[in-house]
Design a protein around this ligand. Structure first.
Ligand SMILES: [Mg+2]
Length: 265
């Protein structure tokens, strides 16, 4: 009996699970290849909206992970699906290529410059954002544009410290306008649900390194989860948290080993 037995699909977070910064998690590529051989469907779910699925697949490939772009579900993709499903035709975007491409491919016009009105404002991570763009986004929301966010991560953990995340940029708009955003990324359900829609329904297992997003999100859906200690969560932090994963393991290789005891706290 292996931990992964009976679970399908398996949803993997990326950073802290498959790699950490530039370093691949030892044995990770082999473990995922073995899960595929055993017939598990895999999906890769990321709150990072900057990269397209093709770019993420290429990055994983360089690290030794086989991944098809169709298995990669980004918060940008799901935000674009939501925008299109709501019938919004024109969007003003705070965000990078991943968000802009996803919206365009979903048939939504991305309006640049200083539009008077749009149907929605879509906010993702944007390393080139300006005051002028944030001001325009705030004005559009005040004039009735819906506010959609790829995710609300407060910070992006960079090698030299925390950088403002999509949630920090979103906070500029919500603080200014008082608007309530619709957020698709983890820990909210839309990203997880989109992944399962894409690769197939069953008994999903979420594998992640962050309690507040990966594990809290799985818990909210009633899905089992595996917290890997190869990423941001330290043992002390886990002990102090009210957010409980189903299993706690060292890294993804444990999916091929007998299940540990369920988390009992
Ligand atoms: Mg992570």
């Amino acid at each position: 009996m292996r931990l992964a037995d009976g679970y399908d699909p398996i949803l993997f977070d990326l950073d802290g699970v498959l790699f950490r910064g530039p370093e691949v998690v030892p044995g990770g590529p082999e473990a995922l290849a073995a899960l595929r051989r055993d017939g598990h469907r895999l999906a890769f779910v990321t709150n990072n909206s900057a990269r397209t699925p093709e770019a993420v697949a290429a990055m994983l490939g360089e690290l030794g992970y086989e991944a098809d772009p169709a298995e990669i579900v980004t918060s940008a993709l799901v935000a674009a699906e939501l925008v299109a499903a709501r019938g919004y035709r024109r969007a003003f975007v705070i965000g990078e290529e991943g968000v802009r491409r996803a919206l365009t491919e979903a048939g939504v016009e991305v309006v640049d410059g200083e539009p008077e009105r749009t149907d929605c404002v879509v906010v993702g991570w944007d390393r080139a954002v300006t005051y002028a763009k944030l001001r325009r986004a705030c004005l559009l929301v005040q004039r009735g544009a819906a506010l959609v966010a790829t995710n609300d991560d407060r910070a992006y953990p960079a090698p030299d410290g925390l950088w403002p995340g999509a949630g920090a940029l979103l906070a500029v708009i919500t603080t200014t306008t008082g608007a309530e955003p619709e957020v698709v990324g983890k820990p909210y359900p839309p990203l997880f649900e989109a992944a399962v829609r894409r690769v197939g329904d069953g008994r999903p297992l979420v594998v992640g390194d962050r309690l507040e997003t990966d594990i809290a999100g799985a818990n909210a859906l009633g899905w089992d989860s595996v917290l890997v200690l190869s990423g941001v969560t330290e043992v002390e932090r886990l002990a102090a948290s009210d957010i409980r994963p189903t299993y706690v393991v060292a890294d993804v290789r444990a999916l091929l080993e007998p299940p540990p005891e369920r988390d009992q706290k």
